[in-house]
Design a protein around this ligand. Structure first.
Ligand code: FES
Length: 180
């Protein structure tokens, strides 16, 4: 191929096409899962805290606790979904825990667990619901960030919270306690 033909050909090389296509695909994949990619990257370690026991949990019966601190932004919910979930622990990997503050404007989600859809919501402020089987991904509504998920571990029958995935509403940084 002559130099002139190379400069005027209408298509890019296969290598350039693949590089450009790969970049676009990565962006689409990250943008196509609202909040999920960010949540996966933002795992923060907090002090280990026992929050319950596997044998005491009943399917679709949430238990509430405070984590990682004891302030108004630390409300969380532990629930056995009865179906395998992302980040779940236990024999069926169906035990998960999440913040109960909506990521949109901090609406209170406590008491809005939906057993039929394994979701929490709708938020009483602007109606966002979060899918608890998919790392708290937004299922519908105004929020754009996934609900922060409590990182769980088990030792025998005991369930421990050991960290959070996602930024808690009201915090400017996941590792910083609230300033008063
Ligand atoms: S505060 Fe929850 S949807 Fe707006």
């Amino acid at each position: 191929m002559t130099q002139e033909a190379k400069e005027t050909r209408p298509c890019v090389s296969r290598r350039a096409f693949l590089l450009a296509g790969g970049t676009a695909m990565s962006i689409v994949m990250v943008q196509g899962i609202p909040g999920l990619a960010g949540a996966a990257l933002q795992r923060a370690e907090y002090p280990r805290q026992k929050i319950g026991s596997l044998s005491a949990l009943k399917v679709d019966t949430p238990q509430y606790f405070l984590y990682p601190w004891k302030d108004v932004f630390s409300g969380c919910m532990l629930v056995k979904l009865g179906v395998t979930a992302g980040g779940g622990v236990g024999a069926k990997r169906d035990v998960v825990a999440f913040s109960t503050l909506c990521t949109h404007m901090g609406g209170p989600l406590q008491g809005t667990y939906n057993a039929q859809y394994k979701a929490i919501g709708p938020c009483p402020f602007h109606l966002t619901s979060f899918d608890l089987m998919k790392h708290g991904m937004v299922a519908a509504g105004q929020a754009t960030e996934s609900l922060p998920q409590v990182v769980l571990e088990t030792r025998g029958d005991d369930i421990y919270a050991v960290g959070m995935m996602g930024l808690l509403y009201g915090y400017h940084s996941n590792l910083a306690p609230v300033q008063r």
